[in-house]
Design a binder for this molecule. Structure first.
Ligand SMILES: Cc1cc2nc3c(=O)[nH]c(=O)nc-3n(C[C@H](O)[C@H](O)[C@H](O)COP(=O)(O)O)c2cc1C
Length: 219
């Protein structure tokens, strides 16, 4: 009996531990970080397709996700506007350790899948002969997914609004990176079906754009 309760206890501890490993509580985003002005970022923003392999710190990741579509006001509005404030763009973080979803309200990352899945972002999948392996250099790629279940419909207008909203998140990332010395490129290339399968999406969730992000490669 005592052995049984000891086993139950240790299983409980193990499951709490593995659950804890699935969630990364991010540090508060640093909204006073050194950055250029918006005008300077607009004037210098450009796409970069080379990255240093240096990982981003959790603080850098927190700042980046927050800039993309984090909560900026007490009423839970975001850094990125969305049509009718539907907040239907979900942000997924691909690293060599797995795929995480950014939960803006809780400021945390929830691991969805373990392992390096970044290959799904290099091409459109299938027998595509267009492959962008530079994505594998970037320590982080942010994937924007339109969730039509959250939007409440998937008609043509909703599709248009979802695309616009995702583009805004991507531009937040572009300008944020430029202003803090990170590099990125907005991309529409990724394996939509492969990502849907990996993350258990239906046709109501549409991976639409991604931004590989990293530090500039030194030459
Ligand atoms: C919607 C969209 C999709 C894009 N898709 C890709 C892509 O799949 N791969 C890529 O290398 N660049 C992609 N780009 C980047 C463009 O090629 C790049 O923004 C353009 O050449 C202008 O260069 P700039 O960003 O330096 O101004 C995309 C840009 C946008 C806005």
């Amino acid at each position: 009996m005592r052995l049984k309760s000891l086993l139950t206890m240790s299983m409980l501890v193990m499951s709490i531990h593995s659950f804890a490993q699935q969630t990364i509580n991010l540090p508060q985003p640093n909204k006073k970080a050194n950055s250029t002005s918006v005008i300077e970022a607009l004037n210098t923003r450009h796409s970069t397709r080379e990255f240093a392999s240096t990982p981003l710190s959790q603080q850098e990741l927190s700042n980046l996700c927050w800039a993309a579509c984090g909560i900026s006001r007490d009423d839970n509005h975001r850094t990125a506007p969305t049509a009718r404030n539907k907040q239907e763009i979900r942000l997924f973080v691909f690293t060599k350790d797995g795929v995480f979803e950014y939960m803006a309200k809780e400021n945390k990352l929830i691991k969805k899948v373990s392992g390096d899945q970044r290959d799904l972002l290099t091409s459109n999948g299938g027998n595509a002969n267009f492959k962008q392996d530079f994505v594998l250099q970037a320590p982080v790629s942010l994937l924007m997914v339109i969730d039509f279940d959250i939007f409440g419909s998937n008609d043509t207008k909703s599709m248009q609004m979802g695309c616009v909203d995702a583009g805004i998140v991507s531009e937040n990332i572009n300008l944020y990176c430029q202003s803090v010395g990170l590099v990125t490129v907005p991309r529409a290339t990724h394996d939509t079906d492969g990502i849907r399968k990996l993350l258990g999406f239906t046709s109501q969730q549409l991976p639409i754009m991604n931004n590989p992000v990293g530090k500039p490669k030194k030459h």
